[in-house]
Design a protein around this ligand. Structure first.
Ligand SMILES: Nc1ncnc2c1ncn2[C@@H]1O[C@H](COP(=O)(O)OP(=O)(O)OP(=O)(O)O)[C@@H](O)[C@H]1O
Ligand SMILES: [Mg+2]
Length: 326
């Protein structure tokens, strides 16, 4: 734990990707957030707002150079961005693991499932191959893999998308991580399988008490699986609140817009996305508040000054110059 007591703390994280003519894609523009032990944090925002780049940076998966990564990513007070490769390898895959939308990107297509899971266990826990195989089997059972024992001998392509996602979750959990980063883990799956995987993740969260970050477009997933939410827009955090409070009392015009596209029980219809316009070009972000060109409440100050993320209650922060609800 660091002096502030957070398990993970991002301090003013900035990531940009240089492109031609000395310009750059400004993917992450000063994200500060924290995660405590056992906590589940949701991260939402439109495509391209920097969710994946932020959490890939936590795993140091962003190649730098060419990317420029600034700020601090403290794990138990130790800056991941400054760790040497040896230290990083100890933490990555053991203390912090990540699962992705498409399991094939992290599974090796020419290696049997069993070997892929045992490889991680042997690397991090120093078990014998036989002990590691038993543990792999235990984790395949934990993720409710049907016919787990015979799956050890399968190659990834022999499994359906939902089963592959279970394998990836088993691999991610096999070394009892302190933090699981889940980047759209169910987006590529059909709805019934999606529900099963989410249910599994929720139960695993309760059982293992690991901290989770759930990155998603889906506010329904946020409502069901997370305790706190961070809303991203154009590489910045525009609102952060306990989940219930965010749904009941959102304050940022962008969050209010996002919530506006949730289907309501009363009308039983899925309303169309209510935020007009598109997410800005990250090479040329708008001045001031990056949301101002799409915001119906925008005033001159919004074009000129970037709003600070400030507290409106103890755990609720908003980055907007105006209190638009008053
Ligand atoms: N390696 C890269 N080189 C250049 N630009 C990149 C690179 N990786 C990401 N970007 C850009 O950084 C911005 C943020 O991308 P990111 O993948 O974090 O978005 P996201 O919020 O995860 O979106 P999605 O919901 O679609 O997954 C985007 O404009 C993206 O095109
Ligand atoms: Mg993404």
């Amino acid at each position: 734990m660091n002096e502030t007591g957070h398990l993970l703390e991002l301090k003013n994280l900035k990531v940009r990707f240089p492109v031609r003519d000395k310009r750059a894609v400004h993917a992450v523009n000063g994200i500060s957030l924290s995660l405590d032990a056992g906590e589940s944090l949701g991260v939402v925002g439109e495509s391209g707002c920097g969710k994946s780049v932020t959490f890939s940076s936590v795993m140091r998966l962003i190649k730098s150079p060419p990317a420029i990564v600034e700020g601090e990513i403290l794990f138990n007070g130790e800056d991941i961005l400054k760790m040497d490769t040896k230290r990083l390898q100890k933490i990555r895959g053991k203390d912090i693991t990540m699962i992705f939308q498409e399991p094939m990107t992290s599974l090796n297509p020419v290696m049997r499932i069993g070997n892929q899971i045992t490889e991680t266990i042997i690397l991090h826990e120093g078990l014998t191959p036989k002990q590691a195989e038993n543990k792999a089997l235990e984790y395949l059972k934990l993720v409710e893999m049907p016919d787990a024992k015979s799956r050890l001998w399968c190659y990834p392509h022999q499994l359906s998308g939902g089963l592959r996602q279970r394998v990836m979750i088993a691999m991610a959990l096999a070394c009892s991580p302190k933090i699981l980063l889940a980047d759209e883990p169910t987006t590529a799956l059909d709805v019934t399988i999606q529900a099963q995987i989410l249910d599994l993740l929720r139960r695993l969260q309760e059982k293992t008490q690991m901290s989770t970050v759930m990155i998603t477009h889906d506010l329904g997933i946020i409502a069901e699986l997370t305790q706190r939410v961070a809303v991203f827009y154009a590489g910045r955090m525009v609102e952060e609140a306990p989940t219930k409070e965010l749904f009941e009392d959102a304050r940022h015009p962008y969050t209010i817009g996002l919530l506006g596209c949730i289907p309501t029980l009363r009308t039983n219809e899925r309303r169309l996305y209510v935020i007009e316009g598109n997410i800005p070009n990250p090479v040329e972000l708008p001045s001031g508040c990056a949301f101002h060109p799409r915001c119906k409440y925008a005033k001159k100050q919004c074009e000129e000054e970037i709003p600070e993320l400030s507290k409106i209650t103890d755990k609720h922060k908003v980055a907007c110059h105006f209190d638009i609800l008053n």
